[in-house]
Every structure is written in structure tokens, then in C-alpha cells.
Write a protein of this length. Sequence first.
Length: 569
Amino acid sequence: MTFRYAGQGRNRCAQRFARALLSVCILCGLLIADTSFVFGNQPFTDEALNRGIQYWIPNPNPIPPPYGHGLAFADLDEDGDADLITTGAADGHVGVFENAGGQFIDRANASGIPILPTASGVVAFDYDGDADLDLLITQWDLPTVLLRNDGAFVFSDQSGPANIRTTGRGTGPTIGDFDGDGWLDVFLSCYGQENQLYRNTGNQTFEEVTASSGISGVFNTLQSAFFDMDMDGDKDLYVSNDQRSPVNVHEYNRLFENIGGVFVEISSASGANIGLNSMNIGLADLDNNGYLDIYCTNWSIPDYGFFYPSYLLMNTGNGTFVEQQQSAGVESFRFGWGAVFLDLDNDKTLDLYVCTQEGANRLYVHGDPWPMADLAAQYDVDLTGDTRCVATADIDADGDQDMAVQEHGGFVHLLVNHEGDLRNWLRVHPVGTTPNRQSIGAIVRVRTGDFWQLHELVAGSNYKVQNELIAHFGMDSEIAADEVIVQWNDGATRTLTMIPTNQVHKVYHPDLLGDLNEDGAIHATETLAFVNALTNPTFPDPTRFDFNGNGRADGGDIQGMIDRTLDSP
């Protein structure tokens, strides 16, 4: 890995002055479209204000609950780019920013979202099966709100009709199809109260099934996450709990294995029962062994002599986890909150960004071998405010991962990535069947040579946030992926070969191939569309007919289309 910016003697005071000057110009209405002359060739630049995201979060003293306000990157208008939802404004309004080619348009005034004074965690998912993303926002000591997406960035509160009636100390929720019926379910994290699991009935309502599911208990939960811990095809559950005291052993983190839609606690047996003031659940296959690892941030105040590490739990693949935060060099020893894994430089290894309450944020860059090195200053992401939540997306469609960061007493930050431009990338967009069009829970594997990368589309993790629902892979100098495998929640899989890099590649569920109107049958209009896809190089979505998995529609797909036609009713 080459660090272009380390040791080049840049004047950081001058850079910060330039940022401050730019912010003043923007606030005064002097919009500057081209910031290159101000920022120069930096790996990351903070461009929230310049790109239209002006959202201030106050800094009351002392800072009361809910201990940070969530963010979500979600494609609310289904146009292929990630819009941004923000919470925590002094007046309780929720920010809704439409992404229009990397510039953002404030849609909050007409959104219909009610004032949410203690907004906490945010997730986006399709609860009603109409193919667009709805929003769920938890609150601290106020009701959780379920907002149906009515189109054009307008939402309606469906919490009552949908039977989402939780009023508690809401923190970071998570979404997943735990019972395998195709509908997305909701797990609500509650601090100091019983967490609640709501099963989606499929008729736009939920039923509370906490006790019958096997996950009853009162914990100081700050975040939870549905993910496939053992890669057996169903969604397990990890719960991150605030210990509050080094001797409060009851408040260890919990791991529940999903066995036929019922959860069995395996915390102790798995080694995932760490005891700490645990905030974050970062998920990634850091060592490329085909299983997701976990990163949990911790409480630590070095100025007062309190040194407690954050924890990295490496998944062995046999149902157990091993602590490796020390060997990986990611203990941090700062008061950590949100943290996210991302391949910031597209070099095929995952890095780790950590928000801190005091001191500069961490950016652990993955070297080979370990330990990882904190290079936040060299990459210009060493924010020094009280930051809590961070979410990732490629906001400007240039093939690298950008970050939105929430800070108390400041504007929401948008850290735009320029470092990833140096290397190749591949973004895989699985398209699922109704009612889970966005394929939440799908697992994507990418192979180059004998090197595998893995990404699971998780809705609700890190700390109170959601990342965009596209699997991003750094590809370094590779010009193609030898193999791309997508596995959906229902067990369906597709394998594609020799997929060129530097593109967003849609991969359709097998049931959607050739069936444009998704009625289960192949009609004459779809046959004509197939012919058009073969002969017209500008056909808008040729991968809809990619039966043989080579990434395009060509003569090799004719037999697949014939077979699909013969099999249709």
C-alpha cells in the first residue's frame, strides 16, 4: 500500500483555515462549485456545506440521552444513488437530503416527517413490500416512528396502524428476515428496558414476538445487528450492551443463534460475551476467511487514567470468536462510539474508521501484515469534535466510499473520498424479489485468483446508522472479478464470471431474469425486449437477461430465455 500523503509536510493549519473560509463563503451564499483550488489533492475533503447538506446538531452541556443521533444513507427515490437522512437538530426536524448527482437538495420541509425531539437510531427498509425504502426512527423516552415512503420524498406516519408501539429508551435498531418468510422484521434496541422483536405479518402490520423468539431480557443495549454469523443461511443476532461499570458482569454482550426461527443464546460458548461499555457493532470479513468479524467500541478517558480497549472479535467460522484487538492494533483507548469498516483506498483490504467523544477520530489503515496503523491525520479525517455516528456510501458515483459523520455542536460532516480514485473497484447491487427488493440480508462474495472478499447487506449496525445497500469491493489493479456469487435470503444464488471492474453491476434474483413485469410468466413483450437487448447496445438494463452469468445479454443467453419461457405458466 502506498500512502501518497504521509510525510509531505502539508500545512494543516492552512488547510483548516481554508475549510473555515469555505464554510463562511457557503453560509453567506457564495457557493463555490470547484473546491480543488482550496483543498488541493487531499485524500478526503469535508464537503457537506458545499454539496448542500447544512444540518446543525447542538451541543448541550451536559449532553443528555440519546447519546448520539443516527444517520442513514438510503436510495429513497430508487434512482441509483444514496440520499441522506439526518437526525438531532435542536428543533427536532429530521433532515432529508436528495442526492442529485453528488449535490444534495433539502427535501425536509415537504417530507411529512413529524418533529422528533429525541430521535436516536435510523434504518431504511421496505416494510410493506412496495419496492421502496421506508424509514424507522427510534426515540429516547418517546415512541418509535415508522414512516411509509409515499414517493417524491414524502412520508406518512404508520406507527399506529403497523402496531409499532414501543415507547422506551430507543437506541440502534436492526432489520432482518429472522423467520425466513420473505418479510423484513424489526428488532428494537432499548436502553435499560426489554428489547423488542416485531415480526412482519405481511399485511403492513407487525406482531411483537420477543418472548416466543427466545431473546427476552433487560439490558443496557445501545446497538443490535442481524447478520449470518455462521453462514448457514439465516439471520443471527448480536446485541451490544453498555456495562456502565467494570464489575457489572450481567451486562456482557449477547450472541443469539437462529435455529429454525427461534433464538438460542450462545454468548459464552462463542466467546462473544465480552464485558465493556459497548456501543458499536462493526461487521466485516477483515481476514477474508468467509465469516463476518465484529468491532465494538468502548468507554475510555485517558486524561483521568481510565484506559479500556475497544474489542475486535475475529470469527473463526466454527461458531466461536477470538479477541484480536491488540494484535490488530485497534484498541484505540479513546471514548469510542460509532465505527465502520470500509476499503477507503480500494486496495482490497478493509480499513476502520472510529468516532470518538474526545480527541481525534481514528482511521486504522489495513497493512499487511497487522497491526493496522492510525493514519487519520494523513487522510484528513481526524475530526476532533464530539462525534458519535458514521455512515458510508458512494455519494458521487466515482467508485469509492464516502462518509457522513454526526457531531455534537457542529454541522454534519460529509467526508468525500479522493484516495480511492487511484485504484479499481466493483460495486454489486443485488436486486431481490418482492417483498425484499433491496435484498437486505443478501451475501455477496467476490473472487480474484484465490482471494475472496465478502459483504453482507445489513440494515442497522455500526452505531444508530445504516450504510447504503450496495456491496462495495476494492479491486486494486484487477481489471475483472473472476467470480461474483450472490446469495439471497431464500437460498437462491447466482454465480457470475469475469465481471469487469469500475462499474456498478446489478445482479437480479433468478426469478426475475427475463420477467420484466414480474408476474411469473414470459410474454411476447418480454421476448421482444430480449431481442432488443441482444441487438441494441444502449438497452437500459441488459443484465435482466443475463442467464449465463457473464455480465451482459448475448447469444449465450438464448437457451436460458427459451427455458424460462417454457417453464412459465
